[in-house]
Design a binder for this molecule. Structure first.
Ligand code: HEM
Length: 440
């Protein structure tokens, strides 16, 4: 898409199967889409995979309307409010602590840091969603991996929506139905367990609630305009894993790879965290305010190695003018954030990993600067920003504080493989193995 934009400009039309796909590759047009015409582009295309796998009732792929508004409100006010993220901090700290202990046990042998960082992102969401360990954990996590394979929106059923038989003869629908049935059994067991537990401790909302408890309470309350169905409860649970695990895991993984390739950045970040902690064993919540360089290096990773390179597709509800072109109602829109955040016009030395660029550039995530859009923008902007930032800060600060890092076998950091592979998120093609030496 980036190459096509160089040839055809910042807005071009692709015909993929039956689908009209409009590709946006400039901050100006991204702003028109997510700010000026935000309501028109606030819908999402409807995929068969969503209908089957996400109960046709989740938030990430919900069409724009009452159902989305209600689920979004729940996300903002209940699941990811500042109070809630604060309550979840011990869970993040525990995840980071367990990771440090696991790395210590490796005792100088190479560790697969990619696998470990994805595992910690998964464990954090799992704990936030379901509370303490649960019987179905292993089955749930392996099934969810299988489930998300079908959600790219670029499979035959989603590109030829009117030709239903294609998903039948290709076997796609059968496969999706099968994995959905397995997931549904697991989710039902989890929900029943929570209902049983809540029936015993029937004392209303408490700070101890996990995401499932909150959703079940809202389901019981009935919802104001639109009822919170059990399908919505299940859809939102899956959304947290869909939106939150690979993205967060991939960003931390890319950050470690960039730090290895840039020893001067690694050193500066380590000095910062070691100075602030000054020998203390544990990082406290207040410490993060004093770690601006850590924050800058995460921002830079989200710019150069953005895990959601084309955000999440939008859908045009009405025909509108964009950049002098007519975008017909019913078009699918993708915003090539990967290219926008590497544009030479907007970013000096754009291909270089340089956290210092954010020193005097107070660009924030909240979608006001369309040059920098790792979390999207407008009313569909990611609601998990502070949750994921806290998780990443916690984990990376601990890795930088407790260990010195190098590549195994005397590999030259400058030659580290940085190939990308795009699935639900943009991840490293090959896992990153590192040697950790404890720092006292
Ligand atoms: C580095 C981490 C993350 C990145 C880069 C990221 C990125 C994104 C992007 C680009 C979108 C689409 C925004 C748009 O259409 O304009 C999105 C939506 C969403 N994200 Fe995230 N995300 C991250 C972490 C999380 C986490 C931790 C959660 C929850 C646990 C989460 C939950 C969601 C949900 C529910 C949506 C759908 C919002 C809607 O459609 O209204 N994300 N995210």
């Amino acid at each position: 898409m980036t190459s096509l934009a160089k040839k055809y400009g910042p807005l071009f039309h692709l015909k993929l199967g039956e689908v009209d796909l409009m590709v946006i590759t400039s901050p100006q047009l991204a702003a028109e889409c997510m700010k000026t015409h935000d309501v028109n582009f606030a819908a999402r295309p409807q995929f068969l995979s969503r209908k089957i796998i996400l109960y046709n009732s989740d938030l990430v792929f919900a069409s724009y309307g009452k159902h989305w508004t209600q689920l979004r409100k729940i996300c903002t006010l209940e699941l990811f409010s500042n109070k809630r993220v604060k309550f979840l901090k011990p869970i993040m700290e525990e995840g980071a602590h367990n990771l440090v202990e696991k790395i210590r046990l490796a005792d100088g042998s190479p560790v697969n840091i990619t696998e470990m960082l994805f595992a910690v992102a998964n464990a954090t969401i799992t704990r936030a969603a379901f509370g303490k360990e649960f019987a179905q954990q292993e089955r749930f996590l392996s099934t969810i991996k299988e489930t998300f394979k079908y959600l790219s929106g670029f499979n035959v059923a989603d590109l030829f929506p009117s030709l239903n038989f294609l998903s039948d003869i290709s076997g796609l629908k059968t496969k999706m139905d099968r994995v959905h049935r397995v997931m549904d059994v697991i989710l039902n067991e989890i929900l029943q367990e929570h209902e049983r537990k809540n029936a015993i401790n029937e004392d209303g909302a408490t700070d101890e609630e996990d995401v499932v408890d909150i959703l079940l309470r809202l389901h019981k309350d009935g919802g104001k305009d639109v009822p919170i169905t059990m399908d919505s409860v299940k859809g939102v649970i899956l959304d947290l894993f869909l939106g939150g695990t690979e993205t967060t895991g991939a960003t931390m993984d890319w950050a470690m790879a960039e730090l290895i390739r840039h020893p001067e950045v690694m050193r500066k970040a380590q000095l910062e965290v070691r100075r602030v902690l000054n020998g203390r064993a544990k990082i406290n919540e207040v410490d993060f305010k004093n770690l601006p360089y850590l924050n800058m290096l995460i921002k830079e990773t989200l710019r150069l190695r953005t895990p959601a390179p084309i955000l999440v597709p939008r859908y045009s509800t009405e025909t509108v003018e964009l950049g002098g072109y007519t975008i017909p109602a019913g078009s699918r829109i993708v915003i090539n954030a990967w290219a926008i955040m590497r544009e030479q016009n907007g970013w000096e030395d754009a291909e270089r990993f340089l956290p210092e660029r954010f020193e005097n550039n107070q660009v924030e995530f909240v979608g006001t600067n369309y040059q920098y859009i790792p979390f999207g923008g407008g009313r569909r902007i990611c609601p998990g920003i502070s949750f994921s930032m806290s998780t990443m800060e916690n984990v990376l600060a601990n890795l930088l504080y407790h260990f010195d890092w190098k590549l195994p076998g005397g590999q030259n950091p400058k030659e580290l493989e940085m190939k990308e592979v795009s699935g639900l998120s943009l991840t490293r093609k090959s896992d990153l193995f590192l040697i950790a030496t404890p720092h006292n």
